[in-house]
Write a protein that binds this ligand. Structure first.
Ligand SMILES: Cc1cc2nc3c(=O)[nH]c(=O)nc-3n(C[C@H](O)[C@H](O)[C@H](O)COP(=O)(O)OP(=O)(O)OC[C@H]3O[C@@H](n4cnc5c(N)ncnc54)[C@H](O)[C@@H]3O)c2cc1C
Length: 381
């Protein structure tokens, strides 16, 4: 019996295999070029949609291909075989931008935004973070003032994944003064007058995904673009964070697993002092520790995904899984680079990219420290 047999059914493995096949055929051969260029071709969205990957985790009634948290984890694992977290994250930005719209049940918004995004025809992003605030969501200051049948949006958003290329953004705006009850979600099309976008921001990792600062200068948006009830944004965001954090935990576990895989094959082949470097006890033990960490992280991620799929709302567990898996990613990638010696520092080595890409994981979607504060609250501390 394998470590993960309790969690993985045949249907999960098929989803992972489909995403992995797509990644090996469509991403891996170009990953280096796209990483260096800082973007990947727009056609990849439609190709991923046709392969049935983009729609995983969304019901068929809204244009998705079905499945839940476990299937979403499988897609992330499969896509990461493309060797670029940036590409996977760029394709995956709909995974955080669309759920608030789907959850609102608004048929017009679903037809106009969700379905085309799931077909790969429209690109979207989620815009929460601002130049002045990230972790403290209640301090969001981008305002949407009601003026007749329109909102007038003014403010700025920061570090928005797919922001440069997005056709629309699901934006957290302030519609009232109450720190939490005054927040709402609004869909803003990026072609509207007054929306400005920075050039792609230069980053430490995730090179192939675009990240932008977005400006809103008195942007007029019809009130029909309000997502759910006015003032319901904070609650919706907290629910959205659950799946985003599970996704980031899944990125952590698979990043570590891929780095371990690279290290194992390098240590078997590379010789020093007349023998393969895996024959040195210190290196063998490193590989054992790396594998143990990978198994620990994956077990936690799968367990949480499994329980979420069964309908449980797991705040403490998701936060722990994110912290464990993202820290494991950083630790295992660090050792993998070390085991590669100088080659680990070269851009041609996958571990070099994984190491850089891993650094974002304990920051994005709620930092390690914010996760700990959430866990502390759940513990009654
Ligand atoms: C590549 C990339 C992609 C991103 N994509 C998106 C996106 O698509 N959409 C989006 O909205 N955002 C996105 N972000 C933003 C990301 O979610 C934020 O950077 C993150 O939430 C942290 O916010 P901050 O950068 O404002 O840091 P801050 O909130 O300023 O935190 C700075 C430091 O203070 C610590 N800190 C803050 N509060 C506390 C506390 N209460 N207790 C202890 N320590 C604390 C933090 O842990 C951190 O170490 C992205 C960021 C990056 C780098």
């Amino acid at each position: 019996m394998g470590f993960f047999d309790n969690f993985l059914q045949e249907s999960h493995l098929m989803v992972r295999q489909t995403a992995k096949r797509f990644a090996l055929d469509e991403i891996r051969p170009h990953a280096m070029k796209w990483e260096e260029a800082g973007e990947f071709p727009l056609e990849l969205y439609e190709k991923a949609a046709k392969a049935g990957i983009l729609g995983v985790g969304f019901d068929e009634q809204v244009g998705g291909s079905g499945g839940g948290p476990m299937e979403q984890v499988m897609v992330i694992e499969g896509l990461m075989y493309g060797g670029s977290t940036g590409v996977a994250a760029g394709l995956g930005s709909l995974g955080i931008a669309l759920p608030p719209i789907v959850q609102s049940g608004d048929a017009r918004l679903i037809d106009e935004f969700v379905r085309p995004a799931l077909r790969g025809e429209k690109i979207c992003g989620l815009a929460i973070t601002e130049p002045g605030t990230g972790s403290d969501v209640a301090a969001v200051s981008t305002r949407a003032e009601r003026d007749g049948e329109e909102y007038v949006v003014h403010g700025a958003k920061m570090f928005i994944t797919s922001g440069v290329r997005a056709d629309f953004l699901t934006v957290l705006v302030r519609t009232g003064d109450d720190p939490h009850g005054g927040l709402s979600f609004l869909v803003v099309e990026t072609e509207r007058e007054g929306v400005t976008r920075s050039a792609p921001l230069k980053k430490h990792g995730w090179w192939a995904s675009d990240t932008a600062e977005i400006g809103f200068d008195d942007v007029r948006v019809p009130v029909e673009n309000l997502v759910g009830a006015e003032g319901g944004g904070f609650l919706t965001l907290m629910q959205n964070f659950q799946s985003e954090r599970l996704a980031l935990a899944a990125y952590g576990a698979i990043t570590a697993e891929l780095a371990l895989k690279e290290a194992l094959s390098y240590c078997a082949e590379r010789k020093a002092f007349g023998r393969p470097i895996q024959k040195f006890q210190v290196n063998r033990h490193k590989l054992v520790e790396m594998k143990t960490k990978v198994v620990t992280a994956k077990t936690l991620v799968y367990q949480v995904a499994h329980r979420m799929a069964a309908g449980e709302y797991l705040v403490e567990e998701v936060s722990m899984a994110k912290n464990v898996a993202c820290d494991v990613a950083m630790e295992v990638c660090d050792e993998a680079v070390q085991l590669h010696g100088g080659m680990g520092y070269m851009r041609e080595s996958l571990v070099e990219r994984l190491y850089r890409d891993a650094r974002l994981l304990p920051i994005g979607g709620g930092t390690r420290e914010v996760m700990k504060e959430i866990i502390a609250r759940q513990m009654g501390l």
